[in-house]
Structures are given as C-alpha cells and as structure tokens.
Ligand binder design. Structure first.
Ligand code: SF4
Ligand code: SF4
Length: 157
C-alpha cells in the first residue's frame, strides 16, 4: 500500500515524467501484456487509496486540459441541464473520435473557478483507470495518475 507521501506538484511531476519517460513507456507495454486478475486487483486497491489522499478540488487540471468522454446517460443528463435535446447537445458541444463522443472544449465548459459547476451531475474523468492503455499525457497532467502509475510499478514487479 502507498505511504502517505504522494507527489502532487505538477511541475515536479512534469520533470520526473521526462526523466523517467523510457522506464514508464516500458512499464506501460509490460502492463498491456499482463493477464487481468492480478493487475486488476492491484489497480483497484491503489486507485482507492491514492484517490482518497488527493484533493481534486485543489487541482482541477484534468478539467482544464483533458476532454471527458460522454456516454449515452451523460449526454441525456447534460442535455437536460442545457434544456436541449441530446442530438442538439451533441452537435453543439461535442466532438466524435473513433466512434467515441467527447466534450469539445478545453477547459471543460462546466469548470468555474477551478470547480465543477455541475458537481452533482458531473462527468467523471476516470483518468486513473483510463491511463492504463497508452495515453501518457493523462498521467503527466494528473497527480493522482502519476502516483498511481509509480505505485503500480512497485506492486506489479
Ligand atoms: S463535468 Fe465537471 S468534473 Fe467533469 S470535466 Fe467538466 S468540470 Fe471537470
Ligand atoms: S483527477 Fe488528477 S488532474 Fe484531475 S483534479 Fe484530480 S488530481 Fe487533478
């Protein structure tokens, strides 16, 4: 389990990420080749522990720099908040990429003063879990993701 010390300074994380880039690339390739159950167990335990120690309300960087993916239920909810039909919501506020739908603005159109203005109906970024595939920019931009990746390396090897 992680110690209580986590690195959350994004400028330090950016520096560490460039120093450890090759190591992290190798590890992501290693992870992709692993069978599910052991990695899944470690991922979920670490995810819960690390997220519990990070105060996202002091950061908001993912809401500034990443586009959340929207699923059908998210679109229905957001369209209702905007008093429009889901189809209109998609054409006005979304973009498609490989069949997936994302909010098209960065920062997120619902971010106000570094806080989510629709917190009760927010679209979860799910950045920590979704870093696993290949999107290195996700964990370079997020203290939770960075620490998560470092601890997964420790516990997986
Ligand atoms: S909906 Fe809220 S939590 Fe989700 S990206 Fe936008 S501002 Fe951030
Ligand atoms: S998920 Fe990461 S980038 Fe987003 S607010 Fe939390 S620590 Fe910051």
């Amino acid at each position: 389990m992680p110690d209580s010390y986590l690195e959350t300074d994004l400028s330090k994380i950016k520096h560490l990420a460039s120093v450890k880039e090759k190591e992290n690339i190798r590890f992501r390739s290693f992870l992709k080749g692993q069978s599910g159950s052991k990695v899944d167990r470690i991922v979920h335990e670490l995810h819960n522990e690390i997220i519990a120690q990070i105060d996202c309300t002091l950061c908001g960087n993912c809401c500034c720099t990443l586009k959340p993916e929207l699923h059908k239920d998210d679109i229905a909810l957001l369209a209702q908040l905007e008093n429009t039909a889901p189809k209109n919501y998609i054409s006005s506020y979304c973009e498609k990429d490989n069949g997936e739908i994302f909010l098209k603005t960065e920062p997120c159109r619902y971010l106000r003063d570094k806080k989510c203005s629709i917190y009760e109906s927010r679209v979860p970024m799910n950045v920590v879990i979704s870093l696993i595939p290949i999107k290195k920019d996700l964990y370079y931009a997020c203290g939770a993701c960075w620490n998560f990746m470092q601890f997964v390396q420790l516990y997986s090897i």
